[in-house]
Ligand binder design. Structure first.
Ligand code: ADP
Length: 162
């Protein structure tokens, strides 16, 4: 049976920290489906379509990585895609409590789906999409934090604000 993992998140926008987790995950699993959560409770900077497109362009050199989006419960989406694993990245202790809760509830909902945690690459341990947006908003460079096309997309988004 092929091992298929779903890597869920907001990816608003994708950072080098996300790409590090995705590319390392792709060396372990036969297929990695990066799934952009369409969360109506959050006010994102990029639309789901824009986030999917940025992920597509920044992972196109990884043949076993697929980009998609989903609504609703993650575990339902995982089953729909015939996946058997969830990949999450861990940055700091602060990520741990929430991720433990999510992994536990997902196991309760479906025991056959396993959650795998990958430790952040040390150089990205401080990196989050929110931090990147905060910096880009004030027109400071984010070239060490995101791929060039993401920096360009951020520049366009914030061109007419502040
Ligand atoms: P955020 O908005 O906090 O950047 P997302 O919800 O888009 O994150 O995260 C998707 C997944 O990527 C989560 O499992 C998250 O822990 C992981 N992740 C995000 N940034 C990093 C990073 N710098 N290093 C490792 N994992 C990360």
């Amino acid at each position: 049976m092929a091992s298929i993992a779903v890597c869920p998140g907001s990816f608003d926008p994708v950072t080098l920290g996300h790409l590090d987790i995705i590319s390392r995950g792709a060396t372990v699993f036969d297929k990695v489906i990066v799934a952009v959560l369409n969360n109506r409770n959050k006010q994102p900077l990029f639309t789901v379509e824009e986030r999917v497109e940025l992920l597509r362009q920044t992972t196109n050199q990884l043949p076993n990585v697929e980009i998609d989006s989903f609504n609703g419960l993650l575990i339902d989406y995982v089953k729909k895609k015939n996946a058997n694993a969830i990949i999450k990245g861990l940055r700091a202790v602060s990520d741990f409590e929430y991720e433990l809760q999510m992994a536990s509830i997902n196991r309760k909902l479906d025991e056959s789906v396993e959650t795998f945690f990958m430790m952040t690459n040390n150089k990205y341990s401080y990196l989050s999409s929110s931090i990147v947006k905060e910096i880009a908003k004030y027109h400071a460079p984010v070239s060490d934090l995101v791929p060039d096309i993401v920096e360009e997309a951020l520049r366009k988004k914030y061109a007419f604000s502040s």
